[in-house]
Design a protein around this ligand. Sequence first.
Ligand SMILES: [Zn+2]
Length: 456
Amino acid sequence: MLSAIKLTLMLFLSGFIACYGSNPNYDSIHKLLLVSFDGFRADYLKNYRLPHLQEFIEDGVLVEHLINAFITKTFPNHYSIVTGLYEESHGIVANEMYDEDTKKKFSQFNDADPFWWNEATPIWVTNQQQENRRSAAAMWPGTDVKINNTTPHFFMKYNYSVTFEERMGNVTMWLNNSQPPVTFATLYWEEPDASGHKYGPDDKENMRKVLEQVDNHIGSLMDKLKALGLWESINVIITSDHGMAQCFPKRLIKLDDCIGRGNYTLIDTSPVAAVLPRSNKTYVYNLLKNCSTSMKVYLKEEIPDRFHYRHNKRIQPIILVADEGWTIVQNETLKKLGAHGYDNALPSMHPFLAAHGPAFHKGYKQDTINTVDIYPMMCHILGLKPQPNNGTFTNTKCLLADQWCVNLPEAIGIVVGVLMVLTTLTCLIIITKNRMSSPRPFSRLQLQDDDDPLIG
Ligand SMILES: [Zn+2]
């Protein structure tokens, strides 16, 4: 009965929220700052002391694991965050790409051609298409490219040597001063990814040092927003693109041992290698298929559905996926002790998400959402109509202060409560019905011998 009361109350409240809560006045729209610390593996949060980030989470929300998009690389996942699309749909399918029709090549150092980005519309473009709003970017893959003929109103040309302080100083200034207002902004930082690659995530001492620096950056961002008087009104999401796995010098898959280099072009390298056959595709496939038990070899059309990584012409005809900790090379030695790009089902590949601000609950934790779910949530916060996307808004409802959501134990309680109420009502109806219908007493016809005319 308690659950039934709770249900009634919740239904009432949800109706109230539907009427008043989900239609904020966008004249006083909340601002949103999206921050990425590249390569921040989910379990760093549990394994290292991060006081500033913990303070941020205590007063906000935490999603412990993000299921990111396959392949678990930087450019593809940063574009999934801001478009809500799987890689096959937004077109940034790797850090290194080749387009057969145009013969164009894409790399981290040659990424400015809008051709690669125009298959999707990132949120900073959609945000500016709404009247009287601006976007700003202190770096983020794609923000210095004219996508759909638009860059953020304020942006910085990508340069890894620009300090965090300078990026933070610019983005907070833009959020604070611009007229019309900057309502959406990005901030990107290369760590702890760079150290994760260099030392490997198992190097606790070096990872502790870099994570302490990252945590100090979070502390200085919070201080800056407080000093500007923005802290209570701005929404801040801190997240990342992928995690990091430890690699080993002896866990090498050497393609030269299996196939001559003249048979193929290696478009993208480890741990997901994209292979463009130069000779017969089946011949190349068969040689690679029998190369190592520590990697999966897929023809493009065989790539498992769960990867959502098939329907784009930039995905090459053969894809090699190394097992966790293994490295695919032609004949080289191991150069980096940490890598990412592996199967997105691996916990080591998952980043996290934390958020703080008026749009979010305080002190709420959730196990998981998908990276593609972030986009519809951000559109909701900004009051934007989302572009078609692969995300599910309901997955993020429990994080949001203006949404009604139930967790599993509550849902079970409500179902049991409703069943109890229905059973009670049914019993009452049956009893009442039985009482109301006038009973016809049963009596057996009594025949007395004397009355029987047939017996003489
Ligand atoms: Zn990255």
